[in-house]
Write a protein that binds this ligand. Structure first.
Ligand SMILES: [Zn+2]
Length: 175
């Protein structure tokens, strides 16, 4: 009996490689950012020099691969997203790069997103940087908002990282 595989009358070339670019080709000057130096210390230049970034055609924002710690960025987001959000996301993701280097589990499924220790560490760091830039709590809360997070999760995360929440009612009254 022929195998199912042998009945496929096609050829699939399986030598695909994800296209990787040096981080420093697209993100310049991050080695001089205090919030980044706080993450990597003396190793900052070396880590950023060796960091690779992969652009995807998919929607979304960015993330760090838990296979090899490289940065993954949605090309659409990089090209069209808010520049302050992108800057803050990079700072956030660099915390994950460091966590990966330290052998931490990035996607610990024992925790929900808003309560995962690796996320909280990254968000705390980025909120501090957002404040240094002069963003107020409303703007930071907007930054924290993503489609996949429920309002409850957003409120929880905001509370954990010390960002004040405007009550929905108050907002409605001021319209
Ligand atoms: Zn994260």
């Amino acid at each position: 009996m022929p195998t199912i595989e042998s009945q496929l009358n096609v050829r699939i070339m399986r030598k695909a490689e994800a296209t990787m670019h040096p981080f420093t080709d697209h993100f310049k000057g991050f080695e001089n950012v205090g919030a980044v130096r706080q993450i990597f210390g003396e190793e900052t230049e070396e880590v950023l020099r060796n960091l690779k970034v992969e652009f995807s055609g998919r929607n979304g924002y960015m993330g760090v691969s838990d296979d090899d710690g490289h940065l993954m960025v949605s090309a659409c987001y990089l090209n069209n997203g808010d520049i302050v959000d992108i800057y803050l996301d990079i700072v956030h993701e660099l915390v994950h790069v460091k966590q990966f280097m330290d052998g931490k589990e990035l996607f610990d499924r024992d925790y929900d997103y808003a309560e995962r220790p690796t996320e909280i560490e990254a968000y705390r760091h980025v909120v501090e940087e957002a404040r240094r830039l002069g963003l107020d709590d409303d703007r930071i809360r907007e930054y924290l908002r993503t489609e996949w997070m429920s309002d409850e999760d957003l409120t929880l995360l905001a509370k954990i990282v010390g960002v004040k929440c405007k009550r929905v009612k108050e907002k409605a009254n001021h319209r």
